[in-house]
Design a protein around this ligand. Sequence first.
Ligand SMILES: O=P(O)(O)OC[C@H]1O[C@](O)(CO)[C@@H](O)[C@@H]1O
Ligand SMILES: O=C[C@H](O)[C@H](O)COP(=O)(O)O
Length: 939
Amino acid sequence: MNPLLDIRQFDQSLWLDFISRPILINGQLQRRIQDEALRGVTSNPAIFAKSIGDTADYDSAIKALALQGKTTDDIYTNLAVADVQAACDLFRPLYDRETTSGDGYVSLEVSPELVNDTEGTIEEGLRLWKTVNRPNVMIKVPATLEGLPAIRRLISEGVNVNVTLIFGLERYRLVTEAFLSGLEDRAQAGQPLARIDSVASFFLSRIDVLIDPMLEKIVAEGGEKGTLAQSLVGEVALASAKQAYQMYKEIFAGPRWEALKAQGAETQRLLWASTGNKNPKYDDLKYIENLIGPKTVNTVPVETLDIFREKGQPAVRLEEGLDKAREVIARLPELGLNLDELTQHLEEDGAKKFKEPFAKLLASIEKKRALAVEDQVDEAKMELGQYQSDIDAQIKKFQDGNFVAGFWDKKADLWTNDEAGQHSIRSYMGWLRVAETMVAAVPEIETFVNEVLAAGFKHVVVMGMGGSTMAPIVFKASFPMGEKGLPMSVLDTTDPGTVREIEASIPLAETLFIVASKSGTTAEPLAFGDYFYAKVKEIKGDKAGENFVAITDPGSKFVTDATEAKYRRIFLNFPEVGGRFSALTYFGLVPAALYGLPIGRILERAILMMRACGAYGPTDQNPGLELGAALGVLAEQGRDKLTLVVPESLHDLGLWLEQLLAESTGKEGKGILPVAGEPLGDPSIYGTDRVFVYVGYKDQADEANTSKLQALAQAGHPVITLLMKDAFDLGQEFYRWEVATAVASAVFGINPFDQPNVQAAKTATDKLMKAVEADGKLPEGDAPAASENGVDYYTAAHGEGAAGVLKAFFAQAKPGDYMCLQAYLTETPAVSASLLELRQRVQQALHIATTSGYGPRFLHSTGQYHKGGPNTGLFVQFTDDNPQDLQLPGRSYTFGTFKNAQALGDLQALHDNNRRTLRVHLGQDAEAGLKAMLAALAL
Ligand SMILES: O=P(O)(O)OC[C@H]1O[C@](O)(CO)[C@@H](O)[C@@H]1O
Ligand SMILES: O=C[C@H](O)[C@H](O)COP(=O)(O)O
């Protein structure tokens, strides 16, 4: 027996007299709807004062909104509306299902300051109705004399109204009159009456709280009056309610009502409010159990609802003791108690009881707002030496041309005069303000995380390429897992060894797989999805979809496929945000939240940087513009190798930055080459093509790097230092770099948002895969230039044996060139160490920049620059025999063949762009093969 469910047979609806973000996010409200037959929610200014003003639950959102320049009032409205919307959405299925019950509603009250202001109430009521934009919201309007015409008007406009602060029977009659007149106005205007729902909230416990002490005083005086008073103690509220219910039955009967009913109108139900008992002498369920009757609502505080669940005795009692109820009210005057005056007092006091906490709430928001806007972004230290004046001139040029205003207005001619290019630029500027949208999406994501935890998942695997997984990689490497987070793996390679490794390390049935692909067409994530779906299906059969989540753009075929495969959830991202600019969208934030990070704080910092970059009006300095102008000018003057130096704790930031810079700027023979993971050396080993950027933490000394950087700055190399307070500042840095990349692209006059040369490798790979499908294997290639110790060397450079070939290949290096290692291998410490050794030796001997990436990951990141940037690269590609190959389900080929086709396809694209290449096939044992190659290298 559960009284919460049993009460339904008496046609009473229980609503919850509380709302807060935590109960929306942690699933409590949903559980109450699902398991406890909860049928609505009411809020009031005091409730919001408690949930917003007295907790830190909204602090991140308040800060983010404050930084956007919102006023305190706007911040309150934004928070309250967001909660009400979320609650409305939870009740929506109930609301849609039960078209005549009048349930499924969430109430939001107009400002208590409007309690005696008719026009103000109408205006705010309509505004809130529009802003919440849900059919199942009720706007709460006080039943003051000034409120009555507002109720009539709002009802006539089709707004659902919860009339609040009703204490007396006469006023109740006027409330029903306002409701009926509103419906009649509406009918006269030819508008439909169905689903215009309204409740009349009769406040109960407050009546007894006021009158009982008066009665008790009379009791104390003794005599007849004392005896009478004694019989009335604790009775007035219930008697009022019972009488009101009789009035309700009368009013909503007869010809006037029947005419409205015939047009689809529903009655304005009585809602018992203020039903949390406030007198310890009374039963906690006094205002619940005694007021059960058909077609009524009781809005109950959390604690009372829980008590009712435990020991409630539901039965219809609302029409019991009606004579006594009449007598209670009738005899009050004998004791000198004028109920009209008392209810008037309650009304005034009621207004005060809402105004005071509301004022406190606004004051607390104001305090947080004022503090937030004082916050400053972490300043960059720019040691630009001889380049300073040219960079200053570029910034001045931008200022004179009103660049920043144009930037925020998405004026595409800041980048290119080409019409198609301009169109593409305008279509991909959504990242500029997407962090604002995501602040609003935080509760949705956090709710999802709680759902995943409640479902018992133990691990998350994010699967995707490039911009769809880079941010999760950075978050995972830069933060420890959050307290309630799940361990997270990222799969962004077709390397079978890595796929196996991940598979072996996860509890398959309890792993949530996120297939992340903006386009929904990228071959790798779709293959990963298919592979693991088949694996989970072996365990969970038709329920496999429960373990899968998609993040993709709306309208992609992947949306259809994921829907068919019954994915647990599909997050639709934003078509106007490109992959490498998507760190602060669902792509970065859903995994981050599952990993247990408070994503609101990451967004807060991003918005701080947006503000500094002029998103909300001109600023004295613009960190994104300054960084971008510096990088653009330096690259134009030959300093085009951005050498990123980071402490170990930020080692994967380079992966994200590489994609952003290389894919955005590496085209039309221009661009900035990001150089990440290269050990920092003395000034003597560097050419004049470098700019050094250090990203680290303010309070973490990094002596080894900082002293070397000092020496480099002294030797005339430009050095830029960005120090973060903590890892949450990654939100700030992501944004700074996105702006800087777009600005540097404007210096070059290129479109930062396309990747014209990526397709070439994909097309070549597709062609090779067609051959695989037809012949069962990849086509035979040219003969190697050398073969030694199980390692084959393929290159156009000629030489004797492995050593000769390597010598000839590296002999092509010129100042300003770079060597790029492309390892289509399983990432292991030994492989990474050999690649690093190779980089070091080349750097020391040839004084050129070196980069390194695992394939096929880099194809979706730096691959654009390799083919589209300047022809300064010497590319060394490593492949192996994929000793641990894996079959792909539903396909005629393996992961290994797919990966090797990707390598060959890219090699083809490099050749087509006349790049200098060396392919080193390492055979069965990549680690040994690499050692053999290093032994043959005479550098
Ligand atoms: O998210 P998608 O559409 O799968 O694309 C992944 C990556 O591939 C690229 O399109 C390059 O191939 C990147 O720009 C992108 O981040
Ligand atoms: O709509 C509900 C009312 O705002 C609420 O029940 C008031 O209760 P209180 O008297 O306990 O503040």
